[in-house]
Write a protein that binds this ligand. Structure first.
Ligand SMILES: [Zn+2]
Length: 93
């Protein structure tokens, strides 16, 4: 009987783009950046954390950020992306 090799580790790649708009706080990598404009989005629009979330989801085969946190769900309106990352981390454990 041939045994399937077990993966020791997985990799994922995440990218993200949001428009810059006035009237929003600029959050990058979970850090507030004092700037006169911010990133549009259903959540806080933090492209850095969204890319990390997408990379983790991709590596684990769990879909992408839009699948797990759809912009049609009011729970994620203006959500802190650190919370989204925490939820994904919990699901990976
Ligand atoms: Zn995003």
């Amino acid at each position: 009987m041939i045994e399937e090799p077990k993966a020791e580790y997985r990799t994922g790649i995440g990218t993200d783009i949001h428009r810059i708009v006035e009237g929003r706080k600029l959050m990058l990598g979970g850090v507030y950046v004092p700037y006169p404009a911010g990133l549009a989005g259903h959540s806080d629009g933090d492209v850095g954390l969204h890319a990390v979330v997408d990379a983790l989801l991709g590596a684990s085969g769990m879909g992408d950020i839009g699948t797990l946190f759809p912009d049609t769900d009011p729970r994620w309106k203006d959500a802190d992306s650190k919370e989204l990352l925490f939820i994904v981390k919990e699901q990976l454990e």
